[in-house]
Design a protein around this ligand. Structure first.
Ligand code: HQG
Length: 181
């Protein structure tokens, strides 16, 4: 499929696997948010636009995504991060001492006052480098990069979870652990 088609298929898969599976009759595993590739396919093809979609197209979306939004293991597929619908269980991990969060100028003062909140998602999203954080922040406005001191956050009871591909998820982060980069 073409690049444009791949992007919109990816968006639809994101919706199904992160946000509103029930709206489409898709049942995800409550622990890891996965379903079989076949179940995903049978839901996708019910949408008129995607009636011709194949497992190969799904696999193409999964492998060609720079951000590695999805993961296929055996016959199952899941979104690796970003969920709003259900709190997926991840293994707690030990992050590097500094992680990055990309945000935008409009909410900086709120964040410095009340810390980083998960807002519409189940976790706060952080990354090991500035690349993915920059992509995240510049979606919404003038990019602001924040550093997170994970050691003091850990001492304050914040748990961190590794979602793969440099992405870390966390509980809300107190503002005393944040600095503008
Ligand atoms: C901000 C995308 C006001 C936060 C991205 C962010 C990422 C606050 C927004 C992934 C706040 C939430 C996640 C507070 C945080 N007051 N605003 N106290 N605390 N915020 O989309 O991290 O392309 O839910 O800074 O690239 O932007 O979908 O989170 O601006 O990887 O794969 O509230 O989603 O990846 O926005 O993005 P989001 P995010 P995908």
């Amino acid at each position: 499929v073409s690049n444009a088609t791949e992007v919109s298929l990816s968006k639809f898969m994101t919706k199904l696997l992160r946000h509103t599976p029930e709206q489409y009759g898709l049942i995800l595993d409550p622990e890891d948010g996965s379903c079989t590739v076949d179940d995903l396919l049978s839901v996708l093809v019910k949408a008129p636009r995607w009636s011709e979609v194949t497992v190969r197209d799904i696999r193409q979306v999964v492998t060609s995504c720079e951000k590695q939004r999805f993961e296929i293991e055996g016959d199952r597929i899941k979104a690796r991060y970003g969920h709003s619908h259900t709190r997926i269980a991840y293994e707690p991990g030990n992050p590097p001492p500094t992680l990055y969060h990309g945000t935008y100028a409009g909410v900086l003062s709120a964040i410095l006052e009340e810390g980083l909140q998960s807002m519409g998602r189940q976790y706060v999203h952080l990354s090991e480098g500035t690349h993915f954080a920059s992509l995240a922040g510049s979606r919404r406005g003038n990019l602001i990069l924040l550093t997170v001191d994970t050691i003091s956050a850990g001492q304050m009871g914040v748990t961190f979870y590794y979602a793969g591909n440099e992405v870390w998820l966390a509980d809300p982060i107190p503002s005393s652990c944040l600095n503008v980069y």
